[in-house]
Unconditional design. Structure first.
Length: 135
């Protein structure tokens, strides 16, 4: 989780930051999670990585004068990941929860589109996008 959720974001930033600085600006969108705003039992490490993405994004925003930074925190989203890995009973529970609760991935894409579609002097720093029924 640390390698993918945190180091992956760091590598992505490192890959684009020199170009953004050279061209005088741009926009970085990092993906966190609702779990970056709260911790549930058995998710401490996952939540820690997502809290870190939010902190990293805020620091980058403050350090970067002409680079806009947005962190998007999806709630329970319908993806192919709920059908992969883990015990059969865990996959079944995830499938049932997805059917009952999850929002489409397009809702997250729309939030990202909104953030990057703002005028250059507007920085949407954070968007939390979750199912209305998710607590």
């Amino acid at each position: 989780m640390i390698d993918v959720n945190l180091r992956g974001v760091l590598y992505g930033i490192a890959a684009v930051l020199p170009q953004l600085r050279e061209q005088g600006g741009g926009h970085i969108v990092n993906v966190s999670s609702v779990s970056g705003h709260r911790v549930d039992p058995t998710s401490a490490v996952y939540s820690a990585t997502k809290f870190a993405v939010a902190a990293l994004s805020e620091g980058l925003r403050q350090e970067s004068e002409n680079i806009r930074v947005t962190v998007v925190s999806p709630g329970f989203t319908r993806t192919e990941l709920t059908a992969r890995g883990g015990a059969a009973e865990a996959r079944e529970a995830a499938r049932a929860a997805t059917e009952a609760l999850a929002i489409p991935a397009s809702a997250i894409a729309d939030a990202i589109g909104y953030a990057i579609g703002q005028p250059s002097d507007v920085d949407v720093n954070e968007a939390v996008v979750r199912p209305a029924r998710q607590r």
